[in-house]
Write a protein of this length. Structure first.
Length: 185
């Protein structure tokens, strides 16, 4: 006979009490803390370039940042993600470690070989369910840049990636154009 050890199921209060996971890439997925492997230097460089480009192009009142926690869901169990890049409103309380979807214009993930399904499928559904207006996926290995918009329930109803490596996002009512060849060297 074997005994299974149940996994922890944390709420947001418990998650906050266990700070110290900041040095690692830890996310809370349906109440369970999940440690992800560290990013490659190549992926970090793509994240940095994307963040810099977004900061150059988003309108006043918005900014891009990396490595910020985002509450994706609270009930019935909590999910907290750490998107590669997130575009936030300047009105966002900047003294808190975790942000709320209502302050987010864009969430971006840079796909790595170990995150392909999670970034393309799982996170797209989570971010849409949270009501995040745009989800940007940069897949350097496949040389794809895709923007998902118009969230309804647990899915985005529009996808922009015409194969030309150019996508347009709307941030603060203004168009922001991104090109794959600017993001991925």
């Amino acid at each position: 006979m074997s005994l299974a050890t149940p996994l922890p199921s944390w709420n947001l209060r418990e998650w906050d009490a266990h700070r110290g996971h900041d040095e690692q890439h830890v996310e809370l997925v349906r109440g369970v803390p999940i440690v992800s492997p560290g990013e490659s230097v190549a992926n970090r460089r793509v994240c940095d370039r994307l963040s810099a480009l977004l900061n150059e192009r988003v309108p006043s009142g918005w900014f891009a940042v990396t490595e910020v926690e985002l509450t994706v869901s609270e009930d019935p169990v909590a999910t907290v993600r750490r998107p590669d890049v997130i575009v936030l409103s300047e009105q966002t309380p900047q003294d808190q470690a975790r942000q709320h979807p209502r302050d987010v214009a864009v969430v971006a993930e840079v796909v790595s070989p170990t995150s392909r399904e999670r970034d393309w499928m799982t996170k797209a559904g989570e971010y849409a369910a949270a009501g995040i207006p745009a989800y940007l996926v940069v897949d350097p290995g496949q040389r794809v840049l895709a923007a998902f918009t118009e969230p309804v329930d647990h899915a985005y109803t529009a996808r922009a990636d015409d194969g030309d490596g150019v996508v347009d996002l709307t941030v603060g009512g203004e168009r922001v154009r991104l090109r794959l060849d600017e993001i991925v060297a």
